[in-house]
Design a protein around this ligand. Structure first.
Ligand code: IMP
Ligand code: MG
Length: 188
């Protein structure tokens, strides 16, 4: 008989931020974004795929006129450390010139991906360019990046869940957690 595939939750050693805590924080972030952009009809630009659940929840807590657009970039392979090489896999569908833009990202780690993305967007002349990140891991920063809306500061641990993956897995967990060490080691 083939061995059963473990559920994603079974590979978690520790829950860092539970679903209720995320929900409360996302509500606060949405209220702040709404208060700052009420008459500006901002474009929320999200970076696929990690920011997807965050964006889906955040936009429903942001009760103003807004639109969405998407970028897909690649910065990591399937490992847990940054390659430093950023490529745009999918660019915006519409021009952002003269618009208020808010980039919505799952995590700010070394800052390499976001500084590249922010430069790329700045070159398209938005009226304003803001950044909202759910998680900030300041201990790992290599390139400085200003955050306008920050969810949680987290310690220097590789986290998964609520959109964040390890080798494309665990994005569907409703919380942010840390994997069991044997999962990284590829032994499990
Ligand atoms: P940075 O360029 O090092 O800031 O990395 C940004 C990207 O790396 C994020 O959008 C994630 O895709 C990935 N990343 C960084 N830290 C983690 C983590 O702890 N778990 C999962 N993905 C991460
Ligand atoms: Mg990502």
């Amino acid at each position: 008989m083939p061995t059963a595939v473990r559920s994603p939750a079974e590979d978690i050693a520790e829950v860092l931020i539970d679903a209720d805590t995320i929900r409360t924080k996302v509500k606060e972030l949405g209220q702040s974004i709404a208060a700052d952009h009420r008459d500006r009809e901002p474009v929320l630009i999200s970076i696929l795929k990690g920011a997807l659940p965050f964006l889906a929840d955040l936009m429903r807590e942001t009760p103003i006129q807004l639109s969405l657009d998407f970028l897909e970039v690649s910065s990591y392979g399937s490992g847990t450390s940054s390659s430093g090489v950023v490529r745009i896999l999918k660019d915006l569908a519409r021009p952002i010139e003269g618009r208020d833009v808010i980039v919505i990202e799952d995590i700010l780690d070394t800052g390499r991906t976001l500084s590249y993305v922010l430069d790329h967007l700045r070159g398209q002349h938005p009226a304003a360019l803001g950044l909202c990140v759910l998680l900030d891991k300041p201990a790992r920063r290599v390139v400085p990046v200003d955050i306008d809306y920050r969810g949680f500061e987290i310690p220097d641990k590789f986290v998964v869940g609520y959109g964040l993956d390890f080798a494309e897995r665990y994005r569907n967990l409703p919380f942010v957690g840390v994997l069991k060490p044997e999962v990284y080691a590829g032994l499990a």
